[in-house]
Design a protein around this ligand. Structure first.
Ligand code: SAH
Ligand code: F3S
Length: 433
């Protein structure tokens, strides 16, 4: 039997893609196969997230558990954003860790594997043109990175410190990757970047002038490709051309992530988000006018330093006006090496928790009201996941998750589905064609 790799992935979709990249390299170059059981693995990797504090704390207790129960001689590697941010400290605190590999250095996985106590965390390392081997965890859709790093300086965010400056990946590489995904039989691609609609800002080599809208147009020419999704676009870069392309290009799925963070112009300024409450609402208005069927999701932080009751009211106001279909909401968590870490006008933890629960309860009301209107609607669903008890889930073009009774044969197919019952996070339907 070959060597076995156990990999745990925390955090965002970019981390999931980084894990796929590492699995691909380790399979091709080192002969590893993956396992779900860390106790029999020869190599244990944790691909970490450092965007909030809690997962960082969890890392060390988890590492202890891995070390205690691992197979004799197995190696442990810590990868991803916490690796970039803590570097050598990880090996000091947990000396049994064999190597530390930053989020910007995943192409070096087979190199560090053979150097005990290696720490590769250079955030200026350029892997924007590195030709990773192919490995995909889904046969029905493929994730594609279109840029690495982030050039923004949101005052709460650690990502620019862990993933470095933003570099776009040449469109020829992206298009070839999309073609390979389609040849494999998948019909959907998912473009990834911290700031996808800032695509083309900087390439590491010579490149024609490009932007995200142009990239979307080029990708949509791939014949058998049926659906294009992407995350995250930044509200600041949502110009008319982008919203018009989004609305009129039939291959682009009609769900938009618009990370609001706060509805207060004052707080947005403190966060250095680059837009105001009015700009955000104006962009939503444009999107809703051009594309009424689009669903909109968002990220919201409550309890950012200096957030007053009035500021929080502004967030609730935007939420009520926009009627977001999905929210990812967080209590502000101070992060090392960020500007906001030094802000002194801290919001009391209990106040922040109350705001978070209030926000979530208002959002639940919005969802319940909106979902009730979906009963009886018909959606074209692309089925991707088989579950126990003989049901299959998929997504509508506008990203509504729908489950139906069914089996494997539905996977990878598009079907018309009628909604027959409503839940808060999942709708149930029946296949009608
Ligand atoms: N580039 C992405 C953000 C990546 S981080 C974007 O603009 O959407 C994902 C989300 O985590 C952010 O949108 C934000 O809502 C949340 N987040 C980031 N830093 C945080 C912090 N210090 N405390 C709480 N939430 C944070
Ligand atoms: Fe973070 Fe802002 Fe970039 S949230 S990832 S610094 S766009």
């Amino acid at each position: 039997m070959g060597k076995l790799l156990f990999i745990e992935t925390l955090g965002c979709a970019m981390n999931s893609r980084d894990s796929e990249h590492m699995i691909a390299e380790l399979r091709e170059k080192e002969g590893y196969e993956t396992t779900d059981d860390f106790k029999i693995a020869d190599l244990i990797l944790i691909n970490t997230c450092s965007v909030r504090e809690r997962p960082v704390h969890k890392l060390f207790s988890e590492l202890g558990g891995f070390n205690k129960h691992k197979k004799k001689g197995a190696k442990i590697g810590v990868c991803g954003c916490t690796a970039s941010h803590l570097g050598e400290e990880i090996i000091k605190k947990a000396p049994y860790v064999n190597f530390v590999l930053g989020a910007r250095n995943v192409s070096r996985i087979s190199e560090v594997l053979h150097k005990d106590k290696a720490v590769e965390i250079d955030i200026n390392y350029d892997e924007s043109e590195f030709a990773f081997k192919d490995f995909r965890s889904s046969s029905f859709k493929g994730f594609i990175n279109i840029s690495i790093g982030c050039d923004k300086s949101c005052t709460f965010c650690i990502v620019p410190k862990t993933r470095g400056d933003e570099i776009s990946i040449p469109d020829s590489l992206i298009i070839n990757e999309a073609k390979r995904i389609v040849e494999m039989g998948a019909k959907e691609i998912f473009l990834l970047g911290q700031n996808v609609n800032n695509y083309g800002r900087r390439f590491s080599g010579e490149h024609e002038k490009m932007n995200f809208t142009k990239l979307l147009r080029r990708l949509s020419k791939i014949e058998k490709l049926e659906r294009i999704r992407f995350t995250s676009p930044h509200p600041f870069h949502m110009d008319d051309e982008f919203i018009e392309e989004f609305s009129s290009n039939p291959k682009i799925c009609k769900s938009m992530h618009m990370p609001l963070q706060s509805g207060s112009t004052k707080v947005l300024k403190e966060m250095k988000r680059g837009y105001s409450k009015e700009w955000f609402l104006n962009r939503v208005q444009k999107l809703k006018t051009m594309c009424p069927e689009a669903t909109i999701s968002t990220d919201i932080i409550v309890g950012f330093p200096g957030e007053s009751d009035e500021d929080f009211e502004d967030t609730i106001d935007v939420m009520k006006q926009v009627q977001f279909d999905q929210i990812f909401s967080f209590k502000y968590s101070p992060r090392p090496q960020t500007e906001a870490e030094r802000f002194t006008n801290i919001v009391d933890g209990d106040v922040a928790s109350q705001r978070l629960s209030f926000l979530q309860s208002i959002h639940n009301e919005i969802i319940d009201q909106n979902n009730a209107k979906l009963l009886g609607n018909i959606y074209r669903v692309y089925f991707e996941d088989l579950h126990r008890d003989a049901y299959v889930t998929g997504r509508s073009d506008n990203n509504i998750v729908i489950k139906v009774k069914g089996s494997e044969e539905l996977l990878g197919t598009f079907r018309d589905v009628k909604i027959i019952s409503i839940g808060r996070t999942i709708l149930t339907g029946e296949v009608i064609a």
